[in-house]
Each structure stands twice: as C-alpha cells, then as structure tokens.
Write a protein that binds this ligand. Structure first.
Ligand SMILES: Cc1ncc(COP(=O)(O)O)c(C=O)c1O
Length: 405
C-alpha cells in the first residue's frame, strides 16, 4: 500500500497569522517525555482533574441504550435548550427563551461562531491581556483585528474604564470579557464592571462575556448582566459544562443572547458541526437540571480547588525571584518570574525570557507550565493547579530546586 507523498500546498490567506495553541503544544511535549519514561508533572492543561459526576455519565449510558444516536436540531435538542435557557436566566436575571440560547461543541465553538457572525474586516475586537489563547486567533480568523489592552498585577490584571475609553473607536465592534480569567484567575468586581459599562453605554459596542469558570470562584461572583442589565440586547453570554462539571471531553458549551445573532450562529453550525454529539447532549441535560446532589459535587470540587490554590500560593511565594498575586477564581496562578530572568539559575543556566524558563523547567525540573508569552504577557508563567496536592507539592519543590542558586 503506498502512502501520501507530502508536499507544499497553497493554503488560505486566513491561515497566515494563525498561531498553534501553546497550551496544547506543551501538553504534547509532556506526553512525549512521559512516553520516553520521564516522570513529568504537568501543570499546563486547562481542565479539572476530577471525573465527570456519576449521574451525568449514567445519563449518557442510558442515552446509548435507548439509541439516542441520531441527528438533533442545530443548536441542541429542545429539552436541553429549555434547560440551558433556564440556567442562563437563573444566572443572569434575563428571561431567555430557548431560541435565545444555542448549545455548541464546547464554549470554544460558541466563541468561534460569535466572531464569524458579528465581525468583518475593519472591525476591532478589544481583548484584555493576559488573554485566553484562542480569542486572538478566532478574531483573526473572522477577518477582524484584535486590539489588545495590556494589564499588570497593579490592577489585578483587569482593564480599567479609562483604558477602555481610550481604545474604544468607531471601529470597535466587541469587548471581550473573561471573568474569572484564564490565565490569571482574576475576577472583576461589580464596581469594576459598572465602570466598564459606563464607558460603553453611549456606544453600540457588543459584549461577549465568557463565564466558563463561574462555578470556580472564591469570592462573591459579579456577573456582567446582573451589573449592567441594560446590555442584555447586546451581550452574548458564553458558558458551558466543561469546567463546572468536569466535562471537557464531552464538548458541551452554550451561548445566550439575542435570537437575531444566535439564529445565524445556528445557520453556520448547521453547515459545519451540525450540533454537539447527541449522547453528550443527553448527559448534559442532567448537568443542567437543578439538583442538590450535583450542587454538592460541584461545591466539593470548588472547595478542593480553593485548598489547592492556597497551597500553591504558599509554595510559589517562597521561591526567591517569584511573586504572585492571589487569584480569586479559575484554577491557575500567574506568577511574575522576571526576577529569575537574566541571571544564573541552577547549573549556571541563564534564561532571557519566560519562554526560556518554561523550557528550562521542563528539561531540568520535569514540570510542564506555560510561558506568559502565549497569553500576551511575557515575564509570567501560567501554572494550573488542577492537580493533586501531592503533585502540586512535588512540582513546586522541583521548581524551587531548579531555580535556586
Ligand atoms: C476562558 C476560556 N474560555 C473558553 C474555553 C473553552 O471551553 P470548552 O472546552 O468548553 O470549549 C476555555 C478552555 O480552556 C477557557 O479557558
């Protein structure tokens, strides 16, 4: 049997600026080293290390057994859409109808389709940095231009109203909000959101609020639409089952907002993915049905993340040359590592950037973290603490040992 003779192809112009996902590529390198027998501890992936709760899994098995294996409508089956509309209404205080929600293959598809439906060349999308890696690439694929607003620890990695006002122009189409944030774990307060709303009120800028980490929050969570309800007709809420219910592999996300936007989203969906897998939809019906048992499970996971956050903050805080703000949500810490750069570390190695440091930590300490460069924030590392306390303790011990002189 002959194989394919690989050669160069003319690829679409849209691909020219596309960067591969840095988090996925670190995951691949960790897997490769493990396959070679190296004991690598990974703190690079953005997913809960818990298993999907049993009642959700049982619903998937039952769906298979009753042969719920056929096409469903684009945007999700009617029962799931009703449940998601109820959940979105409960969260945001907006009475969404089932046509004002769309179920997607992960929150990632929801975001991708939103940019496809709303953006044209010449439009600008404001993205606060540090940002989740896919926003920028998805905006570019839509033809629009990402406008990055950098932030630092000084503002808790949050944009200010002044900064937003200074960058809002007639070309601004969308403000991208993500609270709790990947990669910083920062959470906007109600006052901070109110100030941003004030800036946008006199404009026609739309808001996409990515609330995928809402269940993993250690402070009172301020929701965008609770603070700025008058933005309901120009806000898309993005959320899903991936992080709250430890369901990353099931690929269930959703978007809530005006039908005039979500209808076209479903049209593209009907010509591309059609809908998320029927079995995953049946399982997530259980996830989105109010249940005290599931509430308890989700709370227990959040409590475990909280304890791990405290542990990792304590350990990272003891490493000379590293400083770290205390994140209020998600499961990442985002330490400033500039104090470790341009000076000899263990074995006399000198790292000029956080990217170099990331590679050094993988080679020398066998720990996988992601350099801030991937999130538009050089000088930092993103360390996911969705890992056991034993792994966090050993991993941060290795980190400290590798950088001490
Ligand atoms: C901020 C943020 N938004 C969206 C997503 C995508 O979630 P999903 O796995 O449901 O596509 C992620 C996943 O890491 C994320 O961190």
């Amino acid at each position: 049997m002959s194989g394919i003779q690989e050669r160069q192809y003319r690829l679409s112009k849209r691909l020219a600026q596309l960067q591969p996902s840095a988090t996925a590529s670190m995951g691949g390198r960790v897997a490769q080293m493990r396959a070679q027998g190296v004991n690598v501890l990974s703190f690079s992936l953005g997913e809960p290390d818990f298993n999907t709760p049993e009642p959700i899994k049982a619903a998937a098995v039952a769906a298979l057994e009753r042969n719920y294996t056929h096409y469903t409508p684009a945007g999700g089956n009617a029962d799931l859409r009703r449940l998601v509309a109820r959940q979105a209404a409960h969260d945001n205080g907006v009475a969404y109808t089932p046509n004002q929600v769309t179920v997607t293959s992960g929150a990632k598809e929801a975001l991708y389709l939103a940019f496809q439906v709303l953006c044209d060349e010449g439009d600008e999308v404001i993205i606060p940095a540090p940002y989740w890696v896919s926003y920028v690439e998805q905006v570019r694929l839509s033809g629009a231009t990402p406008v990055i607003l950098p932030t630092t620890e000084a503002t808790g990695f949050k944009i200010t109203a002044d900064q937003l006002a200074a960058h809002t122009t007639s070309r601004t189409r969308i403000l991208m909000l993500n609270s709790p944030s990947n990669p910083t774990g920062s959470v906007y307060s109600a006052d901070e959101l109110r100030a941003l709303a004030e800036v946008l009120r006199e404009t026609d800028v739309l808001v996409i609020s990515d609330e995928i980490y809402d269940a993993i929050c250690y402070v009172d969570y301020a929701r965008w639409l609770r603070v700025a309800p008058d933005f309901a007709d120009r806000t898309l809420i993005v959320n899903g089952a991936s992080k709250s219910f430890a369901m990353t592999g099931w690929r269930i996300g959703y978007m809530a907002g005006p039908d005039a936007i979500l209808g076209p989203v479903r049209s593209i969906q009907s010509h591309s993915t059609t809908h998320p897998a029927s079995i995953a939809q049946a399982a997530s019906q259980v996830a989105f049905t109010p249940s005290e048992e599931l509430d308890r499970t989700v709370k227990a996971m959040t409590q475990a993340f909280h304890a791990r956050r405290d542990l990792i903050i304590e350990m990272v805080g003891k490493i000379a040359g590293v400083s770290c703000t205390v994140p209020d949500g998600a499961f990442y810490v985002f330490p400033n590592v500039t104090g470790l750069l341009n000076r000899p570390l263990a074995d006399g190695v000198v790292c000029a950037s956080s990217l170099d440091l990331m590679n050094f930590l993988l080679d020398k300490a066998h720990i996988g973290v992601v350099a801030g460069e991937a999130f538009g924030a050089p000088g930092y590392l993103r360390i996911s603490y969705a890992a056991s306390e034993a792994d966090i303790t050993e991993g941060m011990r290795r980190f400290a040992e590798a950088v001490q002189v």
